[in-house]
Design a protein around this ligand. Structure first.
Ligand SMILES: [Zn+2]
Length: 212
């Protein structure tokens, strides 16, 4: 593979036994350690990409050197991703890293809900936290309260990381009867299919906010 930048060479070669690429990359493995920095503030120690939220650790099996990188670099440079000692194919590795990212996003949502439940003594908020821990989803009714309160308490969160439950007839009925303004509070947490469903139930999408 061509396309190794000087930055990548400078990061990897001094920490490897092999003196050339791609041989040096064959010495590296994803360690399974990840960090959610909770904001896009980090840098990939391999390629220098900025604005990373999630870090994945890779280690050299000979030099024991480690680097915190973005998942993109693990995939791009074919750093080994193992499962039960077996090296995953590139497709499997992509799915594995996506799954780990999803787990970190889920944990981020649980953390935001924990902060919220601590900010206000409110049985709806503790109920929502409990429900999310068990189901990894919020009901439409919980979502309407949770997103309103997350905003009013200024608790950092990503609506799109949350999942809303919309399978049961009761949840669909709750969504139908909800005032549209309330549905807009959690519009960002709805999947495209769920948004279509909401429109079908008589809601309109929120007006596009001007970025100015
Ligand atoms: Zn990178």
């Amino acid at each position: 593979m061509s396309g190794y930048t000087q930055r990548v060479r400078d990061s990897i070669l001094p920490r490897s036994v092999a003196g050339t690429l791609p041989a040096a990359f064959a010495e590296w493995t994803f360690t399974e350690n990840t960090i959610d920095h909770e904001a896009t503030i980090e840098i990939c120690e391999l390629c220098g990409q900025q604005d990373l939220r999630y870090h994945f650790e890779i280690a050299n099996r000979y030099t024991k050197a480690t680097l915190w990188v973005g998942s993109h670099c693990i995939l791009q440079f074919g750093v080994a991703v193992l499962e039960d000692g077996r090296q995953l194919s590139s497709d499997e590795a992509r799915r594995r890293l996506a799954k780990l990212t999803q787990q970190m996003q889920l944990q981020g949502c649980v953390k935001a809900l924990e902060r919220l439940a601590a900010a206000e003594a409110n049985p709806i908020l503790t109920g929502a936290l409990d429900y999310y821990r068990r189901n990894k989803k919020l009901t439409p009714k919980y979502a309407a309260v949770v997103f309103w309160k997350l905003q009013s308490f200024g608790i950092d969160h990503h609506p799109s990381f949350f999942q809303v439950e919309l399978r049961r007839a009761q949840h669909i009925e709750d969504l139908r009867q909800m005032p549209t303004g309330r549905v807009h509070r959690f519009w960002g947490a709805l999947s495209p299919a769920q948004r279509r469903k909401a429109i079908e139930l008589g809601h309109r999408p929120p007006a596009r906010r001007s970025t100015a």
